[in-house]
Ligand binder design. Structure first.
Ligand SMILES: [Mg+2]
Length: 306
């Protein structure tokens, strides 16, 4: 036992202080358990810590920005992809602050893509066992994103998703919203500039990916890479109920790249614009409407990974 204690005491982390931002949507029981265990963990290893729970949209971003000003070494986003997105936006004012991810509650695609343990305490343990990686971060107008920026059909589905249903069903709520939207959505033409060149393709559903996954199981951008300084843009050129079903079926099976009405581009900048009002989302949160200029900052985000 004494030997084991000695071994544990020898563990040291390069992080002396940690700020943990928690999205309470995860549920009281899960959060309380995580709070109790992680507090004793931080105390044991003499890491200065602070916790905050978010109450509304924008809180995580504001709290992360404050943590940067208070010189915390690492800011943990404990929640789903929405929380990660906000914390990433909040820490971009610093070139030193590291983003940590603790998957809690809802879907956390980024953690899956980066092989971060899905067990919250194991994810926290990366402050000893993990390493800091620099990954690309996208920017849509003035908002940063880690996964994707999308417009057209999918942002409409996000707009339509029932929040109560989302709370109980998680990702499945989006499938319902998707089916509903496939019937209801009035298609709008999206024009595209790739690296300042107008292309002939017009899309009804366009996604610029930093990560490859889309909604977890779907691999929308199979060639996406977090370190290549490029965006992977998928353009879906047709629209209709059966078209949407075919696209998503193709994405699920990994065959959409062979469809003649799907285009794929790798670029540093994509501009999307429309004569109509087309909603825009980053990482699954609506941020406004077109036009948008999407860029990527190569390896600008410091993130804790296994
Ligand atoms: Mg890339």
């Amino acid at each position: 036992m004494k030997l084991l204690d000695l071994f544990i005491k020898k563990r040291s982390s390069k992080f002396r202080s940690a700020y943990v931002i928690i999205n309470p949507a995860a549920g009281k029981m899960q959060i309380n358990k995580f709070l109790n265990l992680s507090k004793s963990y931080f105390k044991k290893y003499k890491i200065k810590y602070e916790y905050s729970l978010t109450a509304s949209q924008g809180d995580a971003s504001r709290l992360a920005h404050k943590a940067v000003q208070d010189k915390y070494d690492i800011v943990f986003a404990a929640g789903g992809d929405g929380t990660v997105n906000e914390v990433a936006n909040g820490i971009m004012s610093s070139s030193k602050t590291v983003l940590g991810i603790i998957p809690l509650g809802t879907v956390n695609i980024l953690s899956l893509e980066l092989n971060i343990p899905q067990n919250p305490l194991k994810a926290l343990d990366l402050i000893f066992e993990g390493r800091v990686n620099n990954i690309d971060i996208g920017k849509a107008n003035d908002k940063y994103f880690v996964l994707m920026a999308g417009c057209g059909f999918d942002s409409y589905a996000i707009y339509r998703v029932n929040l109560k249903l989302k709370k109980y069903l998680g990702a499945i709520a989006y499938i319902f919203a998707g089916l509903y939207s496939a019937i209801k959505y009035k298609p709008k033409k999206i024009n595209i500039n790739i690296d300042n060149h107008r292309i002939d393709d017009v899309g009804y559903f366009v996604v610029a990916e930093n990560a490859g996954s889309y909604g977890g199981m779907f691999k929308l951008a199979p060639y996406a890479d977090f370190n290549d300084g490029l965006l992977d843009v998928c353009v879906f050129k047709k629209y209709g109920f059966f078209e949407v079903i075919r696209y998503f079926w193709g994405i699920a099976l990994g065959q959409h790249m062979d469809f003649p009405d799907v285009r794929y581009y790798q670029c540093r900048n994509v501009e999307l614009f429309s004569d109509e009002n087309v909603l825009l989302h980053t990482d699954g949160e609506l941020i406004g409407s077109l036009p948008v200029s999407v860029t990527v900052n190569k390896e600008r985000l410091k993130i804790l990974v296994p």
